[in-house]
Design a protein around this ligand. Structure first.
Ligand SMILES: NC(=O)c1ccc[n+]([C@@H]2O[C@H](COP(=O)([O-])OP(=O)(O)OC[C@H]3O[C@@H](n4cnc5c(N)ncnc54)[C@H](O)[C@@H]3O)[C@@H](O)[C@H]2O)c1
Length: 342
């Protein structure tokens, strides 16, 4: 299998439907498809989880122009809720996409504890509708976002795709596992090729503002207190956005050869929370003011991806070290602040 950076992905005339296209990962994936000569129909409902203006900015940066279901062009964004049966059916009918990259979801572990039904509706019902319409209009494949959270707290690391994932510890994780099961069932019934990608904490430019790296960069740079949950020993396998985009496109290319497959997209180098804070202090040139808090319900202790399957089968090679990635993330935040300053 060719390395992801050298593989020649040919997209053809029909657009790829990217759900969640105004979000963090969706906007980068959309831009990457267009940069390689493909067309994108983005779908997003501008969920209120974070600011509409941030998502509009993401879409603009990605080159997606707001459109109706019948607009044409390399990159179109249709405001639509994937759980709205009539609306999502219309998008599939109008654009007849060649395939789908399904990233729309209610994301976030902690908020899912307060709203399990909302997470199940958006994530599971939404995925069921996307799969159903993808098959109906003859899509060649679906690549969808799962999450490292499906692993819960296993005894052994790194986490291999074949580990038992029957014990997710938050409603968000349970919804993602339910989506994987739905993918399996849908493939069994229809033979539609479907990849589920277990992303491990993604960071970089346009990261969701609720996630720790964005939040800490912002607060530490302003001299504001940050909250550290636990003793700082919890660890995450932070993965830079460009590496994730390479993996998503690699999976899009490869999945017809596999039928149905789960791939980890991580970095295989967990960073402890304490070390993450130190790296951010170095990037912004300021010491953190840390308030210690107890561990939060639903949070896992450590994530660490076994990426050997993705390496072998889709040519996935994460290239961005943590220091370098945090520096790029911080540069982008500073540029963004300058742009929005009156
Ligand atoms: N960022 C991470 O570290 C991470 C880790 C694991 C998995 N994931 C998954 O990757 C995907 C993308 O995550 P992200 O970090 O870019 O999040 P994001 O919130 O920035 O993007 C998700 C987008 O989906 C949209 N959306 C939500 N519900 C929708 C609905 N019903 N209809 C249409 N659009 C809807 C939101 O408005 C948002 O723009 C999600 O499925 C998430 O669960 C992300």
């Amino acid at each position: 299998m060719a390395d992801q950076t050298t593989s020649k992905l040919v997209f053809g005339e029909r657009p790829i439907l990217v759900t969640g296209a105004a979000g963090f990962i969706g906007s980068h994936v959309s831009a990457a498809i267009m940069a390689r000569g493909g067309r994108v129909v983005g779908v997003d409902n501008f969920d209120l989880f974070y600011g509409r203006e941030i998502k509009s900015h993401n879409a603009r940066e990605a080159g997606l122009a707001h459109g109706t279901a019948s607009s044409r062009g390399a990159g179109v964004l249709v405001e639509c809720d994937i759980t709205d049966e009539a609306a999502i059916a219309r998008v599939f009918d109008e654009y007849k996409p060649q395939g789908v990259i399904h990233l729309a979801a209610k994301a976030g572990v902690r908020p899912s504890i307060a709203d399990p039904a909302g997470y199940m509706h958006a994530n599971v019902t939404g995925t069921a509708r996307v799969l159903q319409h993808a098959t109906r209009v003859g899509c060649s494949r679906v690549v969808m976002a799962s999450s490292s959270s499906v692993y819960g707290n296993p005894e052994h690391a790194p986490f291999h795709e074949d580990l038992d994932v029957s014990r997710p510890i938050s409603p968000y994780a349970a919804s993602k596992r339910a989506c994987e099961l739905l993918a399996s069932t849908h493939h069994h019934l229809t033979r539609l090729p479907i990849a589920s990608l277990r992303f491990f904490t993604v960071y970089g430019p346009r990261q969701r503002p609720d996630l720790a790296i964005s939040l800490f960069l912002s607060r530490i740079s302003k001299g504001e207190t940050i909250q550290m949950f636990g003793d700082g020993s919890t660890a995450r396998d932070y993965t830079f956005i460009d590496d994730i985009v390479g993996g998503v496109l690699g999976a899009y290319e490869a999945i017809p050869r596999f039928g149905e497959r789960v791939w980890n997209l991580g970095n295989n180098k967990p960073v402890a929370l304490r070390e993450m804070i130190t790296t951010i202090e170095r990037a912004v040139g300021r010491d953190a003011i840390v308030e210690r808090r107890p561990m939060q319900a639903g949070d896992v202790e450590r994530t660490c991806a076994d990426i050997s399957r993705a390496q072998r089968e889709i040519g996935y090679v994460p290239r961005t070290g943590f220091d370098d990635g945090v520096r790029k993330h911080w540069e982008w935040m500073k540029d963004r602040a300058n742009e929005t300053r009156p």
